[in-house]
Ligand binder design. Structure first.
Ligand SMILES: Nc1ncnc2c1ncn2[C@@H]1O[C@H](COP(=O)(O)OP(=O)(O)OP(=O)(O)O)[C@@H](O)[C@H]1O
Ligand SMILES: [Mg+2]
Length: 330
C-alpha cells in the first residue's frame, strides 16, 4: 500500500498549544453489565492524528461515541476547546457538534438511501444552522476538496462505489469546518488500493485544513502510518500509548507486541494469542490481559497495572517491563 507520508513533527509543533480534546477517565457500562470503557484518558491536539487501536469489542466505538456526545458517559470528564463536553446543552452543544464530526465505517448505512448525496450533505449544513443561500457553495467546496465531481451530488448512495461513498462521507463531515474528525474504521470496508487513496486524501486534508483526527482501527499497520500518537486499548482500558514510531520500534506491552507481530510488514515473528478476549462482564482480576499473555507473572493477577511512563511520553500498563519469562521466576 503506497500512502503519502504524513508530516511527522507537525504534532510536536502543536504540542505546545492548548489541547483540542481532553478525555479523562471515561467510563461506560451498558445495561447488560458490559463495562465497555473502563477509565480511558486521551488527548488530541489541534492538527494532530491520534490512532486508537485494539481488537473487536475493546471499546473503541463506545469511546468515540462518548467523545461525540452520541452516548452519555457514566463517569470521567471530557473537554473540547476548553468547554465541558459532558454537561454542555442546547445551542452551545449544537455549536460544538459542528466542530467535531464523524466518518463512520459503513457509509452504506450512514447515508439515507432515499436522499441524494446533495440532500444528505445539505442536511448536515442545515442541522448546523448554515443559511440556505450559503449551502450550495459549501457543498461544492467540500466535494471539490474530496476530489468528487459536482455532478455526483445528484446521485443516490447506491449509485456510488464504496470508495466514492466514503469520499462523500468525508465531504459531509467537512462541510461544517470541523476541527476534529473521528474516523471510526473509516477505511476498513474498502479494498486495499481504495484504502490507500482515502488515507492519502485524509492526509492531504489535514495538511490543507489543519483538521485533527481521532483515527480508530483494528488494523495497527493503517493506524501506525497515519498517526502522530497511538493509543492501544484492551478490554475497555488503555494498555499503551506512544508515538507511532516508538510503538513500532519498541512496543512495551505484550498485547501491542502481539498486534504488531500480526501486521503484514512488521518483520516480526507472529505471536499467537491464546483464546478469545475474556468477557467484559466478568474480567479477570489484576491485569485483564494476563489470561492471554505469554509473559504473565503470578503478580499480574493481584493488581491492575497502572499506565506508567516507560520513558518520556511512552506509557505502558505492564509490570513485566524486563520481560521476565514465567519460567525464569518460577
Ligand atoms: N449498545 C450496547 N449495549 C450493550 N453492549 C454494547 C453496546 N454497544 C457496545 N456494547 C458492547 O461493548 C463492548 C465494546 O463495544 P465497541 O463497539 O465499543 O467495540 P469496538 O472496539 O468498537 O469493536 P469493533 O472493532 O468490533 O467495532 C463490546 O463488548 C460490545 O458488545
Ligand atoms: Mg467499533
Amino acid at each position: 500500500m503506497t500512502v503519502v507520508e504524513p508530516e511527522r513533527g507537525a504534532a510536536e509543533a502543536v504540542a505546545a498549544n492548548a489541547a483540542l480534546l481532553v478525555a479523562n477517565d471515561l467510563v461506560k457500562t451498558f445495561g447488560n453489565g458490559v463495562r465497555a470503557v473502563d477509565g480511558v484518558s486521551l488527548t488530541v491536539h489541534p492538527g494532530e492524528t491520534v490512532g486508537l487501536v485494539g481488537e473487536s469489542g475493546c471499546g473503541k466505538s463506545t469511546t468515540a461515541k462518548m467523545i461525540l456526545r452520541l452516548l452519555a458517559a457514566d463517569g470521567g470528564s471530557l473537554s473540547f476547546g476548553g468547554v465541558d463536553l459532558l454537561h454542555v446543552r442546547g445551542r452551545a452543544l449544537r455549536k460544538l457538534r459542528a466542530r467535531m464530526q464523524l466518518v463512520p465505517q459503513n457509509p452504506q448505512t450512514s447515508f439515507n438511501p432515499r436522499l441524494s448525496i446533495r440532500s444528505s450533505i445539505e442536511f448536515n449544513l442545515r442541522a448546523h444552522g448554515v443559511q440556505r443561500g450559503a449551502r450550495g457553495a459549501r457543498l461544492l467546496e467540500a466535494l471539490d476538496r474530496v476530489g468528487m465531481p459536482a455532478a455526483y451530488a445528484q446521485r443516490f448512495p447506491h449509485e456510488l462505489s464504496g470508495g466514492q461513498l466514503q469520499r462523500a462521507a468525508i465531504a459531509r463531515a467537512l462541510v461544517t469546518n470541523p476541527e476534529l474528525i473521528v474516523c471510526d474504521e473509516a477505511v476498513s470496508a474498502l479494498d486495499k488500493s481504495i484504502q490507500a487513496q482515502v488515507l492519502n486524501l485524509l492526509v492531504e486534508l489535514q495538511r490543507d485544513l489543519g483538521v485533527a483526527y481521532l483515527f480508530i482501527s483494528h488494523d495497527l499497520s493503517v493506524v501506525e502510518h497515519l498517526s502522530d500518537r497511538v493509543i492501544v486499548m484492551y478490554l475497555g482500558r488503555v494498555v499503551e500509548e506512544a508515538t507511532a514510531e516508538q510503538l513500532w520500534r519498541d512496543p512495551r506491552h505484550p498485547y501491542t507486541e502481539a498486534l504488531l507481530s500480526a501486521a503484514p510488514n512488521s518483520g516480526r515473528t507472529r505471536i499467537m494469542l491464546a483464546g478469545d478476549p475474556p468477557s467484559p462482564t466478568d474480567p479477570p482480576s489484576g491485569c485483564t490481559f494476563r489470561t492471554r499473555c505469554p509473559v504473565a507473572l503470578e503478580a499480574c493477577a493481584e493488581e491492575r497495572p497502572p499506565l506508567l511512563s516507560v520513558g518520556g511520553k511512552h506509557f505502558a500498563a505492564c509490570i513485566n517491563q524486563e520481560r521476565v519469562t514465567p519460567a525464569a521466576v518460577a
